[in-house]
Design a protein around this ligand. Structure first.
Ligand code: SAM
Length: 305
């Protein structure tokens, strides 16, 4: 019982270690799925501390696995923790944690790429976008193969203020694993900005960035050129770079946020001038020209036979 005037703090009761849970439920990591488990609770506590004060927070953990980070989140005195795990093998071990933290942990067997978190937490947690972030946090340690599409999806959700950002500027604390079997993880804490740095539609920014990195080791004009049909490529790429005041010899990784802002703003102006430009896809043009060449060759063959 908490002393009068003091807030009670929740601690998990003594439990088998993560290593023992892995042994008990035979949870060997599947290397093909880039599964890689954090066993040291001092490390998972450190990751969870990066999220800030989680007292009474609603937390969404993506890919809990055997539950190392899950334990640290539960020990941070959260109001509720919802975990979404794709691999059924982990559900019994997570159920053990749920029994040890009555009413706090909800386990969903599902896919984080399709799970709708916007319906999972109480609506009264929602905060206007300009306010301080809501008491909703996303935490996770996922393999690159999943975290990359997930982050791209969440960036679009931020720009549309939907998905996890229905609640406001939901904060994210995510680890990025480098390679399979590499234990070093980088932890990144994100808070969406009140005002975007680039005020253009997400799909346009995504297209400019994707094309720029098409040839990541070449100079940036090569990738940016792919935004334009071949017949006008040289001229339009030159115009884009000139108006955006970007040095064409820079490599994609040398471009700053303000370079991307100028490139997106000028490309937007060019799309407004030419209504077909945004729909242009260089891969389709390439496919088309290959099939035309094939047809020409077939015709030549017929004539010579
Ligand atoms: N969080 C645990 C830890 O730090 O020890 C496990 C990390 S392991 C790298 C990634 C976990 O995410 C695995 O448990 C895996 O089954 C799960 N996972 C992978 N893809 C997923 C998806 N699309 N949806 C839900 N869980 C996923």
């Amino acid at each position: 019982m908490a002393a009068p005037g003091k807030l009670s703090t929740f601690r998990l009761p003594p439990l088998p270690t993560i290593r023992e849970i892995i042994k008990l439920f035979r949870l060997q990591a599947v290397k093909q799925l880039s599964q890689n488990f954090l066993l040291d609770l001092r490390l998972t506590d450190k990751i969870v501390r990066k999220a800030g004060d989680l007292t009474n927070a609603y937390v969404y953990e993506v890919g809990p696995g055997p539950g190392g980070i899950t334990r640290s989140i539960l020990n941070a005195n959260v109001a509720k923790l919802l975990v979404v795990e794709k691999d059924t093998r982990f559900i019994p071990g997570l159920q053990m944690l749920s029994d040890a933290a009555p009413g706090k942990l909800r386990i969903v067997h599902g896919d984080v790429l399709t799970f709708k978190i916007e319906k999972a937490f109480p609506a009264n947690l929602k905060r206007p976008w300009e306010d301080e972030p809501p008491s909703v946090h996303i935490i996770g340690n996922l393999p690159f193969s999943v975290s990359t599409p997930l982050i791209i999806k969440w960036l679009e959700n931020i720009s549309c203020r939907n998905g996890p950002f229905t609640y406001g500027r939901t904060q994210m604390t995510l680890t990025f694993q480098k390679e399979v079997a590499e234990v070093d993880v980088g932890v990144v804490h994100f808070t969406p900005l009140r005002q975007p740095k680039i005020e253009q539609p997400f799909k346009l920014v995504e297209k400019v960035v994707q094309n720029t990195f098409q040839f990541r080791r070449k100079r940036c004009y090569r990738g940016l050129g792919m935004l334009f049909p071949e017949a006008q490529r040289v001229e339009s790429t030159g115009r884009l770079l000139r108006l955006a005041d970007v040095d064409p010899t820079l490599r994609p990784s040398q471009l700053s946020l303000s370079h991307f802002k100028s490139l997106c703003d000028v490309y937007r102006m060019m799309c407004d001038e030419d209504p077909h430009l945004f729909a242009y896809n260089f891969r389709e043009e390439l496919k088309q020209s290959k099939s035309n060449t094939q047809e020409d060759e077939d015709e030549d063959d017929e004539e010579t036979h």
